[in-house]
Design a protein around this ligand. Structure first.
Ligand code: PLP
Length: 357
């Protein structure tokens, strides 16, 4: 009997478009919000030294206890309330695996990071969304109304939000936590650039889950490390949906060293990126036809009088890669740029002036 092999796949998956990124390459890479400097040499060298002293034939720790301890110190939370993952994406997936199935609802703001909708849909859950307001900031009043009317099982708030850079004020988040019967996940992938964290709210609000990553400020995107902070009883449940040895010891070691050297080696880079973000915002505001949106992350969206696809193509021709976000809800006239090194930002500004002329 013949059968279409694809018939074996769940309808929810077949109807999805795959989450991908075009493989464009350029020497000025401003499309993925990475740290534009490489991981500092001191961090690389100390990591390699520790790796050299270890048997590669042996499994990593079952759970990376030592890393959890350092993450707890770094974040101001309990080690039992921390779990590290192979990127924070693995942890949002694990959290949704243990909470979402057919009949469950996830509430998000839009536009936001595409993966939340993707994973929820694959798991058979329903995605409900509240649009950002006209200034591309959180519309907390509408979000609270949606929580009241639809009783979501999980609310996901990306703050600072990718791709718009807006931050939810702590008092608004407290209202969301108090209104929500289910879990509230705050994705803090960019908190280092925002001057704010929701971690202090973990003590009062046991339904809060915080996600963070080493892929942005910490300059380790290539090694895939993220972590989740929550009440210890919740973390024990998340751990059940994570594969054994999910974090290889190369990444584990690099993450430990990065935490040890954060103040000396990484914080100065973060501070430079924050200054460059403000400078870039000012420079782009002065280009006729462009209106950059204020951001508290290491990227910003820019409204453009010229079609975003044309801006993207023009920049690529000049060896600069940005993100065309014009397919996102509300963003048909926008592109997104990551904050680069001062030299890269200068090149971007110069190229945009020519393209918009
Ligand atoms: C970049 C990014 C992450 C990081 O994911 P990793 O799997 O840790 O690399 C998470 N959330 C958002 C919103 C991001 O933009």
């Amino acid at each position: 009997m013949s059968m279409n092999i694809i018939d074996s796949i769940k309808d929810s998956v077949r109807s999805l478009r795959a989450y991908t990124l075009a493989p464009d390459r350029a020497s000025v890479k401003l499309n993925q919000n990475e740290n534009p400097w490489d991981a500092p040499l001191a961090i690389k060298q100390e990591t390699l030294k520790r790796l050299d002293a270890r048997a590669w034939s042996r499994y990593p720790d079952f759970a990376p206890i030592e890393l959890h301890k350092r993450l707890a110190e770094f974040s101001g939370w309990f080690p039992e309330g921390v779990i590290a993952g192979n990127g924070s994406n693995e942890l949002i997936q694990a959290l949704l695996v243990i909470t979402i199935a057919a009949g469950k609802r996830v509430l998000i703001n839009e536009p936001t990071f595409a993966l939340y909708r993707q994973i929820t849909t694959v798991l058979g859950g329903e995605v409900l969304s509240v649009p950002l307001n006209g200034a591309l900031s959180f519309d907390t009043r509408s979000l609270l109304a949606a929580i009241k009317s639809s009783a979501p099982n999980v609310v996901i708030i990306c703050s600072p939000n990718n791709p718009t850079g807006c931050v939810m004020e702590l008092s608004d988040l407290v209202s969301v936590l108090e209104e929500t019967r289910g879990l509230v996940v705050v994705d803090e992938a960019y908190f280092e650039f925002s001057g704010q964290t929701v971690v202090p709210l973990l003590r009062q609000h046991t339904n809060l889950v915080v996600l963070r990553t080493f892929s942005k400020a910490m300059a380790l995107a290539g090694l895939r490390v993220g972590y989740l902070l929550a009440a210890p009883e919740l973390v024990r449940e998340v751990a059940k949906a994570v594969l054994p040895y999910n974090l290889n010891f190369v990444s584990q070691t690099a993450a430990e060293v990065s935490l040890e050297m954060y103040e000396a080696a990484l914080r100065p880079l973060v501070q430079t990126m924050i200054r460059e973000r403000e400078r870039l915002h000012g420079e782009l505001s002065n280009i006729k036809g462009l209106s950059p949106v204020p951001s508290r992350a290491n990227f910003m969206v820019v409204r453009s009088a010229l079609e975003p696809k044309k801006v993207f193509a023009g920049l690529l021709q000049q060896d600069i890669l940005i993100r065309d976000v014009s397919g996102y809800p509300m963003l048909s006239e926008y592109f997104r740029v990551s904050v680069g090194t001062p030299r890269e930002n200068d090149l971007l500004v110069k190229a945009l002036k020519e393209i918009l002329r």
